[in-house]
Design a protein around this ligand. Sequence first.
Ligand SMILES: [Zn+2]
Length: 74
Amino acid sequence: MPGELAGYALLVAAGIGLLAVLVILRRERRSVEAERRDLPVAPATEGMKLCPTCGEGNLWTDATCIYCGSKLPG
Ligand SMILES: [Zn+2]
């Protein structure tokens, strides 16, 4: 039946169109993530205080070094 065939063809075309949109959206989202990854990232020691004894970075909230147990300044 020609009518059914036309309806099926339309359904397939709509499915392909939807799939293309999904692929394009996914590709755009991936490129945005890639751009974000290329941005310069702050070094890990930023916002940390270095232990005067062992030189390891500790959180500003730490009173003693988590690595060697020395008392931290500040
Ligand atoms: Zn230390």
